[in-house]
Ligand binder design. Structure first.
Ligand code: AP5
Length: 217
């Protein structure tokens, strides 16, 4: 099963990707997490991505497409994967299709801009695993530390209010077009991916149950 998660920054893509990954035993491919790992490791890719991400802009399509192609060739993706934060532009979607990667489900999670800003300021992450928390809506068992490793949680550099607004503007300008794109693709016959839209303002477990219901149908 291959799934694409679509939605604005902070919609809950990473949160739901982790839940789907556990339930269905397929890996989460988060291009954002991969880029942050490259920055932390000080690789050439990380050096190129850092200033772009800090400004809330998109990393170049070529870099991202190569990164994803390399990742999906790994053995753990043989039975499927969850694309979280990819594709983000029409050229990325076209590259995925051109590579012959069949998608079964496109899942859009919708949340209005106003809610995103307050949501992201409360986000805390565990970079090594990609686990995501919220100080109010999804708190860790012990404040400030990851439930499974006990390691400290961090606030992302791009979760500052100005950068969140820049990321939202980029989403509306460059990524929101994928909603219409995949709604059209979904009409193209039996083997086309199914398109589903979820209200991401509902409670995390409610969104999870609604998504699981369509994936299990
Ligand atoms: P990326 O890491 O992909 O960030 P994003 O798309 O902006 O998405 P987020 O991770 O911010 O949000 P999310 O939807 O995963 O929400 P989450 O589950 O964490 O990208 C970062 C940057 O990398 C980009 O700006 C770009 O520069 C670059 N990049 C990445 N991919 C790229 C690509 N393909 N092409 C080019 N550049 C790329 O939830 C957010 C918070 O809300 C959490 O605290 C969570 O606990 C809470 N929450 C979740 N669901 C709910 C709910 N239902 N109710 C209440 N709270 C909730």
């Amino acid at each position: 099963m291959r799934i694409i998660l679509l939605g604005p920054p902070g919609a809950g893509k990473g949160t739901q990707a982790q839940l789907i990954s556990k339930e269905f035993g397929i890996p989460q491919i988060s291009t954002g997490d991969m880029l942050r790992a490259a920055i932390k490791a000080g690789t050439e890719l990380g050096k190129q991505a850092k200033s772009v991400m800090d400004a809330g802009q998109l990393v170049s399509d070529d870099l991202i497409i190569n990164l994803v192609k390399e990742r999906i060739s790994q053995p753990d993706c043989a039975n499927g994967c969850i694309f979280d934060g990819f594709p983000r532009t029409i050229p990325q979607a076209e590259a995925l299709a051109a590579a012959g990667v069949d998608i079964n489900h496109v899942i859009e999670i919708s949340v209005p801009d106003d809610e995103i800003v307050s949501r992201l300021s409360g986000r805390r992450s565990h970079p090594a695993s990609g686990r995501v928390y919220h100080i109010v809506y999804n708190p860790p068992k012990v404040e400030g530390v990851d439930d499974e490793t006990g390691e400290p949680l961090v606030q992302r550099d791009d979760d500052k209010e100005d950068t969140i607004r820049d990321r939202l503007a980029v989403y509306h300008k460059q990524t929101a077009a994928l909603v219409g794109h995949y709604q059209e693709v979904a009409k193209q016959g039996e083997n086309a991916p199914a398109y589903h839209d979820f209200d991401g303002t509902k409670e995390i477990n409610t969104v999870r149950d609604e998504i699981f219901a369509v994936l299990k149908a």
